[in-house]
Write a protein that binds this ligand. Structure first.
Ligand SMILES: NC(=O)c1ccc[n+]([C@@H]2O[C@H](COP(=O)([O-])OP(=O)(O)OC[C@H]3O[C@@H](n4cnc5c(N)ncnc54)[C@H](OP(=O)(O)O)[C@@H]3O)[C@@H](O)[C@H]2O)c1
Length: 428
């Protein structure tokens, strides 16, 4: 098992020996229990859940740069049948799936003859059991069964869907121990940390992880100006073009809080040794500081196709670059600490992560409900953090023994969050 991404410690444990260590490039791509050493496999077979979204579409761009190296074998989305069918006609995957079973008939009519059509949660899980690498690019907690199916079938999981790891950590970490299973992060910050640890070594020589954040559209703004900002303003991210949920999370810094938990879970580093810094240019994607004071950073243009390609092709890099830094125009790289009084979601997430168990699941559910309510104009931007705080305050889930327990925790938390939305919401 890859020492770097295989978590071996419980929440809050100090960095275990080997965790944060150098990923085993020699081990190559794991094809699953029955597979040959897949670094020799050509093409690498790729399944994508969430292929119609921002990450999914960019992943198809990556695959298109090297058709001899990658072959798409399965695609899935929630209900965007038209886009999915267009992708299926172009790429001829073996299977396609929609989460919404009502859309299965329309999908079957639109895809090329011979394409297997799957539907519902089990359909998505079936997609996640195919190919050498599974990209989970679904949004939100709905990605949990996909993450579990990929890991439990011994696949390499290119993980964009951070919510599944954060909310389901106790069961995801167990699934990660399946022979052949491995997570390679797609989130640019964690992909950067993965590269920094690979370059600089790991284990006990790691002093801390430094996660960078753009600061989002509201960096430097006074709280009084922010209470009632519009949806369009919150969706206007200065450096990244992303789906709506993660863009709103970036505006509140909840995204960075979720990423702190994600870093803890991926690399086994305790919370006292994970630092967040604001870096508005989004060129330094994250850093690792070592015990001798050296810091290794990963820099590249803010383009998600780089980390997506890294995760799909790991341990080999893509032959194609989506642009390169131009040092003659880059000018400067700025860093500052986040304003924790304005962006309360960051501390709410860190506290939930430290509490462990299913508290992050409650935080995540509260946030998903709050963000949806904001996008539907039911609450103000300023009410997102209070909805999340109220949800987490009412936490009452026992330690989970199965994925069903995590789903039940998510369900309960959503009920509490909806109550908070009604209490804190705009008058009709
Ligand atoms: N976008 C980025 O640059 C970025 C960067 C870092 C991390 N991430 C993470 O990557 C994930 C995806 O983000 P995104 O920005 O690509 O989102 P997005 O543009 O909103 O796309 C979401 C995708 O997930 C599918 N989906 C939605 N609900 C689903 C469900 N219940 N079951 C199965 N599939 C479902 C959607 O299908 P339909 O089209 O049918 O609705 C779509 O394909 C998120 O976890 C996000 O935090 C994104």
């Amino acid at each position: 098992m890859d020492a770097m991404t295989q978590r071996t410690a419980e929440v809050g444990d100090p960095l275990p020996p080997g965790a944060g260590g150098v990923p085993s490039a020699a081990r190559g791509l794991q094809a699953g229990p029955a597979g040959a050493d897949p670094i020799e496999v050509s093409p690498i077979e790729v399944s994508i859940v969430g292929s119609t979204g921002s990450i999914g579409i960019q992943a198809l761009d990556v695959v298109a740069t090297d058709p001899e190296r990658f072959r798409v074998v399965a695609l899935a989305a929630r209900r965007s049948v038209e886009v999915l069918a267009t992708q299926a006609k172009a790429l001829r995957p073996d299977a396609v799936a929609v989460a919404d079973t009502d859309m299965a008939r329309a999908l079957a009519a639109a895809v090329p003859k011979g394409t297997e059509v799957l539907a519902g949660e089990e359909g998505l899980c079936e997609v996640a059991r195919r190919g050498h690498v599974v990209l989970n690019a679904a949004v939100g907690f709905a990605g949990l069964p996909v993450t579990l199916a990929a890991l439990e079938s011994g696949r390499r999981l290119a993980l964009a869907n951070k919510e599944s790891l954060i909310a389901g950590a106790p069961v995801v970490q167990r699934a990660r121990r399946t022979p052949g299973a491995e997570i390679v992060p797609v989130d640019s910050e964690h992909c950067a940390l993965h590269q920094c640890l690979r370059a600089g070594g790991g284990g006990p020589e790691v002093r801390r992880l430094v996660l960078t954040a753009s600061g989002g559209p509201f960096r430097g703004r006074h709280p009084d100006d922010l209470e009632d900002v519009g949806v369009d303003e919150a969706l206007a991210h200065p450096t990244w073009r992303m789906g709506p949920k993660v863009t709103i999370d970036s505006s509140t810094l909840m995204n960075k809080g979720l990423e702190v938990i994600e870093a803890h879970e991926l690399f086994g580093v305790d919370y006292d040794r994970i630092t967040v810094v604001i870096h508005p240019q989004s060129v330094v994607h994250s850093m690792v500081e070592f015990t001798d004071g050296a810091t290794v950073a990963q820099l590249s243009l803010p383009d998600m196709r780089m980390p997506i390609g890294y995760a799909l092709g790991y341990p080999r890099r893509l032959a194609h670059a989506f642009g390169a830094l131009d040092w003659s125009v880059l000018g400067r790289l700025d860093f500052e600490l986040p304003d924790r009084a304005v962006f309360r979601c960051l501390e709410l997430a860190e506290a939930a992560g430290r509490a462990g168990g299913l508290v992050p699941a409650w935080l995540n559910a509260g946030n998903e409900v709050a963000v949806a309510a904001f996008l539907e104009h039911r609450i103000t931007w300023g009410a997102i953090a209070p909805v999340v705080a109220e949800t987490v305050e009412r936490f009452d889930s026992p330690a989970p023994s199965s994925a069903g327990d995590v789903v039940e925790a998510d369900r309960r938390a959503r009920l509490r969050a909806e109550e908070a939305v009604r209490r804190l919401g705009r008058a009709a």
